[in-house]
Write a protein that binds this ligand. Structure first.
Ligand code: NAD
Length: 486
């Protein structure tokens, strides 16, 4: 039997075991064909409340389990991702519309997230503090209790596991709400891995659902920390609700990341990097290169190489053909992309490639003659669209790159890396890549954005994960009760 055999989970959620949901069922649809692949359960507020109670109960024993026991579960989870990689990749291709290399990348990162999380339980989790009293004074990191994880559709496996794995490793229970459009490759897959890895029941609950389920999760009193990855508008709502309920919320939100191509750049290499940054996974990546800023002197050549690449990238069903771009996730997303492209062209931008679609297959698109107010430049498109703007001085490039509310990732391409680094220092962003495009992810790196891209919190690496998924407790100990004047 395969790990993802649907007879176990079809039409269900996981709440201390696979079961029917109060919220009903939903079709799992393949975007490339419109076919129903399977069905999943949809959690509502009742399901979330039941799952939260069970999670809170199970969490105490898990926090008290030895660090070796927790680490062993995480190591087994990493091995299972590797052993069953082909199954996960097939679901990412069919359910999320990713090309196979995207699936391989996601599964590889998922395994690595588990292995790195396996080291967390044995990590130093405290400090001995100076004190003027005759006592031992300690700061200790303790689990927060129940963590709520809410994830989006685009890289559903990575964006779920990057919170689920460290939160569990550090002794928490997790209520996990994936996007219902990718609830198998980004939800059932993680749930089945931890079930098979021997995670005790109740510690991870899988509760697919939409905004309503997400809000029920954020407001449930037993959920103490929220890890949210998604759009800036939804993140604002989650942040507001979490604030009202006095909960910590880690918000990883949208972006409109700039790639600066300086006058000394190798144009062929820069355009290749730029094409990958904008068109990888149909541009549905938070770090997608959403704005190309190219020096006047090389802009004509850059745009013509980029447009030529865009025109030749094959678009189609990644489960059938060796394509570079698969479908976008749904018609709503496609219509938004097309509206941003057509309104940009109506406003004076020049279409150099793409701008058309068939079904959910949107052609790689390049826009020239772009102004700061061009919609495809000023807004996050979340589609395969590369708007290009020209600049003539470093100061102008800094001003253009810094405009806008987002601050997730930044790429600078130049033969002079120190010049690139000096420019980057002047632009607000959470992530910088000198001589690379904007899309990069590694489990050991502290991932996150500033401004409207998030709260500045970070995932990745032991420091960020311990900060995100534990609370600090101050502890003192004396041999005897001291005398008091009362
Ligand atoms: P979205 O915000 O609509 O949905 C993301 C998740 O939040 C889904 O699970 C959804 O069901 C849930 N949700 C929606 N409204 C909610 C609410 N009011 N309360 C609680 N949960 C709610 O995002 P999307 O448009 O599907 O995904 C794309 C967005 O995610 C883009 O803006 C992209 O940049 C961003 N993103 C950010 C990162 C990052 O790490 N910074 C990574 C990937 C995607």
């Amino acid at each position: 039997m395969t790990l993802l055999d649907a007879s176990r989970w079809s039409g269900q959620i996981f709440s201390s075991g696979w079961k029917a949901a109060h919220g009903g069922v939903r079709s799992v649809v393949e975007p490339a064909t419109g076919d129903e692949l399977e069905r999943i359960g949809l959690a509502d507020a009742t399901d979330i409340a039941q799952a939260a109670e069970a999670a809170a109960q199970a969490q105490h024993g898990w926090a008290e389990a030895s660090f070796q026991e927790r680490a062993a579960v995480l190591r087994r989870a990493g091995q299972l991702f590797e052993q069953h990689a082909d199954e996960f990749i097939e679901w990412i291709v069919r359910e999320a519309g990713g090309i196979p290399p995207k699936g391989q990348f996601e599964v590889g990162i998922a395994a690595e997230e588990c292995y790195q999380a396996a080291a967390l339980p044995a990590h130093v989790l405290g400090a001995i503090l100076p004190t003027t009293e005759a006592r031992l004074s300690l700061a200790k990191r303790v689990p927060v209790g129940v963590v709520g994880v809410i994830s989006p559709f685009n890289f559903p496996l990575i964006l779920g596991i990057r919170s689920v794995a460290p939160a569990l490793a550090l002794g928490n229970a997790v209520l996990f709400k994936p996007d219902p459009r990718t609830a198998v490759c980004g939800g059932v897959s993680i749930m089945r891995v931890f079930e098979e890895a021997g995670l005790p029941p109740g510690l991870l609950q899988l509760l697919p659902g939409g905004a309503e389920a997400g809000e029920a999760l954020v407001t449930h009193p037993l959920v103490r920390v929220i890890s949210f990855t998604g759009s800036t508008p939804a993140g604002r709502k989650v942040g507001e609700l979490a604030g009202r309920h006095l909960k910590r919320a880690h918000l990883e939100l949208g972006g409109n990341s700039a790639l600066l191509v300086l006058d000394d750049a190798d144009v062929a290499k820069a355009a290749s990097a730029g094409a990958f940054g904008s068109f990888n996974h149909q541009g549905q990546i938070c770090m997608t290169t959403g704005r190309h800023l190219v020096h006047d002197r090389i802009a004509d050549e850059y745009i013509s190489v980029l447009a030529d690449k865009a025109a030749h990238l094959p678009v189609g069903n990644p489960a059938k053909d060796p394509v570079a771009l698969g479908p976008v996730i749904d018609a709503h997303q496609r219509d938004r992309i097309h509206e941003l492209v057509t309104s940009s062209v109506a406003g004076g931008a020049r279409l150099r490639a793409g701008g058309t679609y068939e079904g959910l297959f949107y052609q790689a698109t390049v826009l020239d003659q772009v102004q700061p107010a061009t919609p495809a430049w000023s807004e996050e498109v979340f589609g395969p669209v590369a708007p290009v703007m020209r600049f003539s001085s470093d100061d102008e490039a800094v001003a253009l790159a810094s405009a806008g509310e987002y601050g997730l990732s930044l790429g600078i391409i130049t033969r002079d890396p120190m010049r690139g680094l000096a420019l980057a220092e002047r632009i607000p962003t959470g992530i910088v890549h000198i001589n690379d495009q904007t899309v990069n992810d590694e489990p050991a790196a502290p991932f996150g954005g500033v401004g409207a891209s998030g709260t500045g919190s970070r995932f990745g690496g032991p420091d960020a994960n311990i900060e995100a998924f534990t609370d600090t407790r101050w502890i003192t100990m004396r041999g005897e009760v001291p005398p008091y004047p009362f």
